[in-house]
Write a protein that binds this ligand. Structure first.
Ligand code: SF4
Ligand code: SF4
Length: 335
């Protein structure tokens, strides 16, 4: 490809660069994919490409480096991560505003079910979550909840503003029964059946999926795994992660015993749902403290190129210090 070096090279704003200690990652939020870049090219793109033409940039380097830089620019253009424009056009392509906010005090809630759940204790919680405009609920069952009881529980969400329910259930019944449940409750966007004999995915409708997994999810301690499989390439996640914890921000959880917590696997309880209002709990400074532990404040993660697209976990850490790396992440950005 012959590049017009009088032009400026500009990244598309849906392709954000994150510099790690050893390399830079390109997060493409439109095609939901990542790619990698040398950190020196990150510096050029980040600090020079808006002010200087490609020719002006190249003038600062020797012939060998010029060839390498041009090769990287070709890569960025070829993959449609960047485009060329004249200096006079640059203001038409402003930088993305990286602020984040959301019109709800709580965006998501985890409810862990006990062995013999008494669903009547959740009545006030559901009203409170509705009042708080919470849109996502994850219901996790480790023991094989009775289907009739589960359906009664799901009926309690009728008429609320809640949009999506993710169910994680222990498989104890025939698959058709679960498919029927998903079809009957349009709010269920995902049903994952653990302790199954197979690993298989099913598409139930345009917005509803079901999956069987052989893994046996025994309790809340099975959560917290950080891996590339869970990278989140939504722009909202990327923006939120600049300021907040990507797992716990605006989350409330109810553990198996009905205790209100940031996360079911955490020790600290803020009261029982039978006598404590979630609306009051989420206002507490102590409850909100973990919301603000963003990746840029966490040891090791702050140097990792994946810090704005991976998830986080504050329940299982490499040591007791609250700003340590998640225990269940095996990636080392320094290697
Ligand atoms: S803090 Fe960890 S264990 Fe708790 S919900 Fe988040 S990922 Fe799961
Ligand atoms: S080191 Fe930290 S930022 Fe990097 S992948 Fe692991 S948890 Fe995510």
């Amino acid at each position: 490809m012959k590049i017009d070096t009088d032009k400026h090279i500009i990244m598309f704003e849906n392709c954000q660069l994150t510099r790690g200690v050893n390399r830079t990652v390109i997060s493409d939020f439109q095609r939901h994919q990542i790619d990698f870049l040398d950190n020196k090219i990150f510096e050029i793109i980040n600090n020079q490409s808006r002010d200087f033409s490609i020719k002006q940039i190249l003038n600062n380097y020797n012939k060998q480096d010029q060839d390498i830089i041009l090769e990287y620019f070709e890569f960025l253009l070829d993959k449609e991560y960047a485009f060329l424009c004249d200096k006079s056009e640059i203001d038409f392509f402003p930088k993305l505003n990286l602020e984040w906010d959301y019109p709800a005090s709580i965006t998501n809630c985890i409810i862990d079910l006990n062995k013999n759940p008494d669903f009547s204790v959740y009545n006030q919680l559901i009203k409170d979550l509705d009042y708080l405009n919470c849109e996502d609920i994850q219901i996790r069952d480790y023991y094989g909840v009775l289907i009739d009881l589960l359906c009664d529980f799901l009926n309690k969400f009728n008429g609320t503003t809640l949009i999506r329910i993710e169910l994680i259930l222990k498989k104890t019944e025939h698959l058709n029964i679960y498919k029927k449940i998903v079809k009957s409750y349009p709010r269920i966007n995902s049903l994952i059946l653990h302790s199954s004999s197979i690993n298989k995915n099913y598409k139930i409708s345009m917005h509803q999926t079901m999956a069987c997994r052989k893994i046996n999810v025994t309790d809340e301690n099975c959560c917290g795994i950080v891996s590339a499989n869970y990278f989140n390439l939504r722009l909202e996640h990327f923006l939120e992660s600049q300021y907040f914890n990507t797992c716990l921000n605006r989350k409330v959880s109810i553990d198996k015993k009905g205790q209100i917590k940031n996360c079911p696997a955490m020790k600290n309880s803020f009261g029982h749902i039978s006598n404590t209002s979630v609306i009051d709990v989420i206002k507490l400074e102590e409850f909100q403290a973990v919301w603000k532990i963003k990746k840029d404040s966490i040891k090791i993660c702050k140097d990792c190129e994946f810090r704005y697209i991976c998830t986080d976990c504050r329940a299982f850490l490499e040591s007791d210090i609250s700003i340590n790396k998640p225990l269940k992440c095996k990636y080392n950005p320094y290697e």
